[in-house]
Design a protein around this ligand. Structure first.
Ligand code: FES
Ligand code: FES
Length: 210
């Protein structure tokens, strides 16, 4: 006859409540340990200001120095939109999937939603507001308008940045190269053929083939 292990009087009792309380304690002690380690203060009391504090940074955005206070966790997207009121950079997925937040960092496209503002210090940040000049839109922007490269327009600033980057790298960019350069940009309205046509025409103009 088999013995029921649950009826063993020597077996320690463990209710669901005590299990959860113990697991919570382990998790909390792990988080606290990580916090203390991050603060570099073994044995010291955790200092909440470490988590809440802001830092002053100066970003170079569209050729202009902009000084602002950010939390270390603030994304470049949030800094641009919420602090500097440069709302041309769009916030859509905020997880690197759509490319609507594309900006240029030292000329290379980057997702502002995945970039910490503090990591952009010392780099040239270009947003869609910085593409044209006082004379008007950039060639890429003009061709996006001419070729109807937008419907709702939410993806358009991101495409403008990616097209600008690919044409700066490769003035002879083919259709395939332009498509590849925009691979990180999604358009829910399906304007891709118009966007790519705009890119080809912009390339032709920038090569001097007006
Ligand atoms: S908002 Fe940054 S990739 Fe979508
Ligand atoms: S034009 Fe609407 S998402 Fe691209």
């Amino acid at each position: 006859m088999t013995r029921d292990p649950h009826s063993d009087p020597k077996r320690p009792t463990l209710s669901r409540r005590t299990f959860l309380a113990g697991a919570g304690g382990v998790a909390a002690s792990g988080a606290l340990g990580a916090h203390l380690e991050a603060a570099g203060a073994e044995g010291a009391q955790p200092e909440p200001a470490i988590l809440r504090g802001t830092v002053e940074i100066t970003l170079t955005v569209n050729g202009r120095a902009r000084t602002l206070q950010v939390e270390p966790r603030t994304t470049l997207l949030s800094a641009l939109r919420d602090r500097l009121e440069l709302c041309g950079t769009k916030s859509v997925c905020e997880r690197g999937n759509c490319g609507a937040c594309t900006v240029l960092l030292d000329g290379e496209p980057a997702n502002a939603c995945l970039t910490l503002a503090v990591s952009a210090v010392g780099r040239a940040v270009t947003t869609v507001e910085g593409l044209g000049d006082e004379g008007g839109l950039s060639v890429v922007q003009e061709e996006l308008c001419t070729h109807d490269g937008l419907m709702c327009g939410f993806c358009t600033p991101g495409f403008a940045m990616s097209l600008t980057a690919v044409l700066a790298r490769d003035p002879e960019a083919s259709l395939d190269r332009i498509r590849e350069g925009c691979a990180g940009n999604l358009c829910r309205c399906g304007t891709y053929p118009h966007v790519f046509q705009a890119g080809l025409e912009a390339a032709r103009r920038l090569r001097g083939g007006r």
